[in-house]
Design a protein around this ligand. Structure first.
Ligand code: SF4
Ligand code: SF4
Length: 427
């Protein structure tokens, strides 16, 4: 398998020597975070297999699909509607970088004070050390934060890019603009794939992605129970895989896992003691393989039961209206779902996010919230003012943390999180 992977990576024009260094450290990092857990659900086997050959299994499938004439669209944000791509027989793969390994290469073209997610994403492309970045036929960017907008200009010199202009408010005229952007994206997708998007195909694609949302929603519902049948680390891994896996297969394996988890709940089989503090994370996304915070929190005796971020609830909540009569109606349904219901900090004002956080904290019976910010993300950092103020008003303990992808601050984070958990336990 290793040789087959090397052949594939070589054909993709990757820097094999540097990439081998990543391959050498990932299994240990994965083992330390995941395989040290007790009582792992059997349904995690699929996800551990995918993660264990993360640069082999799915990339090989994507290349096979390309040989059969399909086009691969690489995306960086939950605002890009997968349904449009799938309706034109295309494939979507998430491209966000979550490893420090890629950051130095990103820093060769970006200011140091750019968030690590953007630096890692550019570094993975420029350094030729991620197969997904080599495979994608076109990248789809969005004007969410300033760092991303400018980074896409640099990426655009190297790969074909389509940029979706995201309005930063949710007034009726912004909704109209976003619908125009979705229609323009559909036209670009038709041009790239050579396939016409029909209402039948779009309705079908909406059902596929809604199916994935329902499966992930069911998974999250299991975490609302007093008996917690799965760790936060395992759910985070599933969410990260959801961004690049085949959506129908993913729905199926998540639903099978949920059958097992619901059985565990009926039999009171929990992965932690009943008195373990229940933690919710809010803030910036956790791209694969960023497992740092979950690992520290859970190895400190607490359990993460919810993530209010784009690798969490923002990815799957709210479905798109199905069975639309016309393409115009379907585009309006996509506009509603993607614009009204995603409360990214790039919006101003953005009261919906604070409302979501308070509601989720209650639904998941959390004992405390960690408001996480990736270093140099001024959007989420600044919005933390409202998040932390409103949580305090609601009587929910909150800890604001800022970190990057390095391990330099791991001990400091462990101390701060330990003190926060102690405070919760004494409440
Ligand atoms: S945090 Fe905002 S910019 Fe980042 S992925 Fe989510 S919606 Fe997109
Ligand atoms: S974490 Fe913040 S700065 Fe980084 S890409 Fe997301 S919104 Fe932009």
């Amino acid at each position: 398998m290793a040789d087959k992977n090397h052949e594939m990576w070589n054909a993709l024009g990757m820097d094999l020597e540097t990439h081998d260094q990543l391959c050498a450290v990932l299994p240990t990092a994965f083992g330390d975070v995941f395989l040290t857990q007790d009582n792992i659900p059997a349904g995690m086997d699929y996800f551990y297999t995918v993660a264990g050959d993360i640069h082999g299994l799915r990339p090989a499938e994507l290349i096979e699909a390309q040989k059969a004439g399909k086009k691969v669209f690489g995306t960086f944000c939950v605002f890009v509607p997968d349904e449009i791509v799938i309706a034109a027989d295309g494939i979507v793969t998430g491209l966000c970088g979550g490893s420090q390994f890629w950051v130095p290469e990103g820093e060769t073209v970006l200011p140091i004070n750019t968030c690590p997610l953007i630096k890692a994403s550019l570094g993975a492309r420029i350094g030729k050390t991620c197969p997904f970045f080599r495979i994608a036929d076109i990248y789809v960017g969005e004007t969410t934060c300033d760092g991303k907008k400018k980074a896409y200009e640099i990426l655009g010199e190297d790969v074909p890019m389509h940029i979706m202009q995201l309005p930063h408010s949710k007034r009726p005229k912004d909704m109209e603009n976003w619908k125009d952007e979705i229609e323009e994206f559909a036209a670009r997708v038709e041009e790239v794939t050579g396939k016409k998007i029909t209402i039948e195909k779009l309705n079908e694609a909406i059902k596929v992605i809604n199916g994935k949302r329902k499966a992930l929603s069911r998974l999250y519902d299991c975490r609302k129970e007093k008996c917690v049948p799965i760790s936060g680390r395992d759910v985070l891994l599933i969410m990260q895989i959801a961004f690049f896996d085949d959506p129908q297969r993913l729905s199926q394996v998540v639903n099978e896992l949920c059958d097992e988890l619901e059985e565990r709940i009926r039999n009171n089989v929990s992965v932690v003691n009943e008195d373990a503090p229940r933690i919710m994370l809010t803030g910036t996304p956790l791209a694969v393989p960023n497992w740092k915070l979950h690992n520290i929190i859970e190895s400190s005796g607490a359990i993460v039961v919810c993530e209010e971020n784009c690798t969490g609830t923002r990815y799957f909540t709210h479905s798109v209206r199905e069975d639309n009569k016309t393409l115009d109606e379907a585009y309006a349904a996509l506009t509603d779902r993607y614009m009204t219901n995603i409360n990214c900090a790039c919006f101003t004002p953005n009261p919906g996010r604070v409302e979501d956080i308070i509601r989720l904290a209650k639904e998941y019976h959390v004992d405390g919230v960690i408001d996480l910010n990736l270093k140099f993300c001024s959007l989420y950092d600044t919005e933390g003012y409202f998040v932390e103020r409103e949580l305090k008003k609601a009587g929910i303990p909150v800890l604001g943390l800022e970190t990057d992808y390095t391990d330099n601050d791991a001990e400091q984070l462990r101390t701060r999180i330990g003190a926060f958990l102690e405070m919760i336990r004494e409440k």
